[in-house]
Design a protein around this ligand. Sequence first.
Ligand code: NAD
Length: 262
Amino acid sequence: MDYGIKGQSVLIVGGARGIGYAAAELLAAEGCGVALADINGDAAKRAAEKLAKDSGAKTVGIKVDVTNTDQVKTMIAAAEKEIGPLSVLVNCAAVLDDKLFMESGPADWKRMIEVCLYGPMNVIHAVLPGMAERKYGRIICLASDSARIGQARLSYYAAAKAGVIALVKSVAQEVGKDGITLNVVSPGATNTELRQEREEGMRAQMGDEKYAKRVQTVLKMYPTRRIGEPLDIGSAIAFLASRNASWVTGQVLSVNGGFVMP
Ligand SMILES: NC(=O)c1ccc[n+]([C@@H]2O[C@H](COP(=O)([O-])OP(=O)(O)OC[C@H]3O[C@@H](n4cnc5c(N)ncnc54)[C@H](O)[C@@H]3O)[C@@H](O)[C@H]2O)c1
């Protein structure tokens, strides 16, 4: 099947690993040029080199902190210099805090909102003028089902992600006339380093026996009886990044093994 993505120039922010990198692998294999930007600049460069080697695609790795608007502008210029005018943006960069709301404070909330909500705002604001001029764009932001149904210990992460959903729906209404779509992919628990780090923290806190029970309880919440793999989410991103998805905009696609059906 032709996915209608060949020849696109894709910027994946937070793409050095995890879901962003899985999407990059799919898109590069389909003939896209891919820029991987990440706060971990060395990891982004290594990931871009591996991707180029594995796929033969044009790639570049760029260091960026999405909370810094100057760095965001420099990132876009650097990406466009290597792979051409951007037609696809995927916003994956995020941090996670596993805390009860009453254990957290303003410094935690500020960092979360800066990375997970201002981050996508900064990048979308910077790519939109070029996409509007070229009358084409695909923007995909990663949220979380915690934003749709709430989740204990993830309150301010969920709040930031709920903001992303509202941002995407609103901007989608403003730029549809310019051939630009914005959508959200909302993953359930997905087997990436981000999740593994959180799970290791839980195992350390609970002990092995209690943790093994928790794993079984979590699996029972998934009708598909497994948690997600990065490629499960990458496939949904690739569809929304394609020309074939031109009539899908302002939507939230939960890719979650049926965990919730909001
Ligand atoms: N893995 C899951 O279970 C899960 C579930 C729901 C939603 N999500 C969302 O999917 C997206 C990808 O998650 P993942 O599991 O692949 O995470 P990940 O931690 O593997 O990847 C996120 C990347 O963002 C980068 N990053 C963090 N702060 C940054 C900053 N200020 N500027 C630039 N880059 C920064 C990190 O270095 C990392 O490489 C995230 O938005 C996450 O919230 C993941």
